[in-house]
Structures are given as structure tokens and as C-alpha cells.
Design a protein around this ligand. Sequence first.
Ligand code: CTP
Length: 409
Amino acid sequence: MRIALGVTGGVAAYKAAELVRRLQQEQIDVQVVMTRSAQEFVAPLTFAALTGQKVLTELFGTEAPANVESAIEHIAIAQRIDALVIAPATADIIAKLAHGVADDFLTTLYLAATAPVIVAPAMNVNMWEHAATRENVQILRERGVHVVAPDEGYLACGMTGAGRLAGVEAIIDALLEALGIRRDLENETVLVTAGPTCEDLDPVRFLTNRSSGRMGYALAEAAVRRAARVVLISGPVSLEAPLGVERINVRTTEQMHRAVLANLERATVVVMAAAVADYRPVMPYASKLKRGTERLNIEFEPTADILADVSRRKGERVLIGFAAETEQVAEHARRKLKEKAADLIVANDVTAPGAGFDHDTNVVTIFRSDGREQSLPKLTKIQVAHRILDEIVELRRSAQRIGSSPEAR
Ligand code: CTP
């Protein structure tokens, strides 16, 4: 995610530094653009140091003579950003935006950008309440600009009233909402299992499966984005843990089982996306198995069914299992939903095009314990993850509705 942050000339310009920090914590890359008057309040160097990027101030570059590259930079940036945030926004910039004036980098960028725009005004109370400002704000709102209303309070000019820059969190919330990113898992701790497990035959050989871990990692990433705490219990995969996720590495089913139980207490949602080995050799060889001419028989024993074990301790937790199948997907999924007492089973036919192990996409059907079933089209694994998380939010909402209905009391 990459945004441009426009800083305009008001006392609150210094608060934009804090906003940059918080945006970075959300893994959002920030390009700062300052108006000339903003630079009277804060030096561009502050933002350059925070972002590690040149701060854009001039439409035609400072190094004379201006070249074509600097003259069209605003267009290039306008095409690259996912959103434009202007905070603090003065009465002057709001007037310019409302009337299409494009006489510096920021106003030109605004006109050239097609991404969502979030404006957080900050000014003297009388300026905020002036009919001209009111009308200009109204014009922006009607054009789809998200205006984060200023807070009331003591203002730098000595007056009290509306005009203080809205809090950093309110601005971030408006941005995430404009980008379609919700923070609806704020109160959840999501435990995700991912990847394959390995069962040793001897010190150099093991049995495993083709799981890449991508679906589980996508779930972890999407849940963190939506403000959940995430514990990712991962079999051996070649993926990096998404930022903000606590990863616990395991190898065998037994290790995964132990790690899940050890972290179950704090989990409010459990998503078992791991492809767990169902059997393991009864007696792994202590030393490397040697070639022979006889047939080799190895005895296997079942491993623990982690999902079934978690479902026995389910409590209020939302429990989601996966079913990777090669035939009779729906029948197997419905059986697993019942046998494992899960809230949802996400099933896919791993042999279908664009689904399964080594793809960035997946084609799944969601089976719910209330009997409803939903087949999703081919989506990226991140999109599938968000659809699964939407189900969790929906389950919580309906549990609340039932809990607060008169019959339930
Ligand atoms: N699972 C588990 N522990 C196991 C096996 C599976 O927790 N020992 C979980 C998986 O993570 C998945 C769900 O159970 O969420 C279904 O896994 P799957 O391998 O499809 O089903 P199995 O129960 O193993 O049944 P089968 O192998 O007969 O398809």
C-alpha cells in the first residue's frame, strides 16, 4: 500500500509526523508532499528522515533547469498511489481543491489522482465555520472526498471550538475505510495453522505433502490487517511471516498439536489451514535405512486429529477447518463439518485449475454449520482469506443478535 500525504501550512503540520509513523506501522508506504506554507511550520527534512524519501515540494524541481521528468512527476505519483491524504488541510487548500486550482505540487497531484482522497482540516474555529469553508467542504464531500471533521477544543490561536486536527487514529480509520480495509477483528486473537507437517522415516527421510502454506499465511496477513492479534503455527514452508504476526515453527504433527494446545487459551478464533499428516511411522529408524533387495514394509499409526481435539475445547471460539479434496468435495466437506464440529469448513478441489497447492489463487466453497453453502469464484488467496474473515465477523454478529434477543434472555 502506498499513499501520498499532503501537508499544508498550519500549526498542526507537526502532527503529520506522528501520522507518518502510524501509517508506517500499518505497513503503508508514505510519500510526503508539502505546500510552500507548510514548510514555514515544519522543515521537509523531518519528513524525509521519517520516510527515507525525498519530500516533494516544487512542481518543477529545485535543480534548474527544470526537466521533463520533474514536470510530470505529479502525474507519475498520481498513478502510483492507493490514496491521497491531506492532513492538516487549511481553509486555503480546501478552497483550492473545491475549485480545481492547480498551482503547486499538491493541488496538481489532487487533480491528477484517481485514488480515494481523505482530507483532515485544521484551522481557526471561525475559519472552519465560515460559509465559504462550509460550502467548499460540501463540494468536496459531494465529489466523494472523505472529510475527517476536526475535533473541538483549545486551538493554537487561543480560541476554543471546532478546528483541531482530528486524532491520528480517526484519520487512519478514515483512510482504511476508504481503501476498503476494515478493523473489524480488533478484539480477536486468531490462531492459524499453516503449511505441511513432516513425519520422519529415518534421520534423512520424511513423509510430507505439497502444501505451500500460502493459504494459511494469507489468512494470517489478512487478519493482522483487520487488527487481530495473530499466532501462526507453521510447518516448514519457504514463506516469510507477515509483519505483526507471531510465528511458531513446528515440523511434526505432534509438535503442531502441542503448539496449538499451548496457545489455545488466548485464541478466540482457530483456523486450521495446515495440511496435517494423518499417519506417522510407528518406529522411525534411528539410523539411515540401507538399500536392500527385499520389499520394505513400514508400519504407520494415526496422528492426533488436532482440529477434532480443539473442537472438544471449543467454548465461544470460532473454529474453521479446511478440506483439500480430489473428489466428492461437497460430501467430504459436509462430513468433516459434522465430525469435527467446526463452524465452517472451507473446501477446495486441489485438482481444479487455479486451485490448490502451488497457486496464488484458490477456488473454494464455504460450508457453514447452519447448512448454508457458498461457492466462491476463482480469487487470490488473500481475497479468499478476507472472505473467510468476513464469515467470522458475521458469525460474531449473529451470536450477538441471538444473545440480545428477548427469547434468549
Ligand atoms: N486436521 C487436523 N489434524 C489432523 C488432520 C487434519 O487438525 N491430524 C485438520 C486440517 O488442518 C483441516 C481439517 O482437519 O483443517 C481437515 O483435514 P483433511 O486432511 O482434509 O481431513 P482429514 O480429517 O485428515 O480427513 P481425510 O484425510 O480422510 O480427508
